[in-house]
Design a protein around this ligand. Structure first.
Ligand SMILES: C[S@@+](CC[C@H](N)C(=O)[O-])C[C@H]1O[C@@H](n2cnc3c(N)ncnc32)[C@H](O)[C@@H]1O
Length: 239
């Protein structure tokens, strides 16, 4: 039995309702973030494009961003079979070739890179990379660089520490903001979120993420959106 996968399905069942409340109340500013993504996909990619999503979850917001774009193919990877089942249902609105892969993103990007059969115009990941340690992030960004076509773009949406802020300060600051502003969450929801963030969240600074991008031959990085509590960023990293 794959432990990571079992943990993910378990996480999905326990946390999904709580995460849905956070999304419904736009506490993580997904509406603004995915608005920026839609604009990027329509402005930057006017010919048919391929998109690989790492940790797609139920892909509900990705669907919003893909409506009225020239997307030709979508590949979504997630550890959770339950999430992928919903993603498949949600993606039915988008008319393009679709593939869903139930596995660990680190493993899949490595296999795709080795196969050398597929490349993508866009690779995106949203609120997932912080689950990996620094060396795993380094490896994933390296493989993404190989998987992108020339002039391809890596969309990295994630929680990000302020410069000079360590993990402990970030987590405390994030939890403090949640307690003050995520008022639609019950005390049980709050403890699920607090437990998840304290256990699984390992954000980097923007500088560290840009350094990894430069190390793996990306030519340009820009931040297209920063959330109000200065806890999450939409980074665009170009080949
Ligand atoms: C916080 S949710 C984000 C979902 C969606 N991308 C969003 O922005 O709302 C994290 C998702 O990443 C998946 N995930 C976490 N670690 C993963 C890994 N190593 N490989 C594949 N999926 C992973 C989880 O199963 C979950 O669906």
């Amino acid at each position: 039995m794959n432990t990571l996968k079992t943990q993910s399905d378990d996480y999905f069942k326990k946390n999904w309702e709580t995460y849905q409340k956070a999304l419904a109340n736009n506490y993580m500013e997904h509406q603004e973030i995915y608005g920026v993504l839609h604009k990027l996909l329509t402005d930057y990619l006017q010919t048919p494009f391929s998109l690989l999503e790492l940790g797609c979850g139920d892909a509900s917001l990705t669907v919003q961003a893909l409506l009225n774009t020239t997307v030709a193919s979508y590949t979504g990877i997630d550890l959770s079979a339950a999430a992928l089942e919903i993603a498949q249902h949600n993606m039915a609105q988008i008319k393009c070739e679709q593939t869903f892969i139930e596995d660990d993103i680190s493993k899949v990007v490595e296999e795709l890179t080795q196969n050398r059969k597929q490349s993508f115009d866009v690779v995106m990941t949203s609120f997932v990379l912080h689950h990996l340690n620094l060396s795993q992030k380094d490896k994933v960004i390296e493989q993404v660089s190989h998987l992108l076509k020339p002039k391809g773009v890596f969309v990295l949406i994630d929680i990000v520490c302020k410069e000079e802020e360590d993990r402990e300060h970030f987590v405390n600051r994030y939890l403090e903001n949640m307690r003050q502003n995520w008022t639609a969450l019950s005390s049980q929801d709050m403890s699920i979120m607090e437990n998840h963030i304290s256990t699984f969240d390992f954000p980097e600074t923007q500088t560290t993420l840009y350094q990894l991008a430069q190390k793996h031959n990306f030519v340009h990085c820009e931040c297209l959106y920063q959330d109000t509590p200065e806890a999450a960023q939409f980074l665009c990293i170009y080949k």
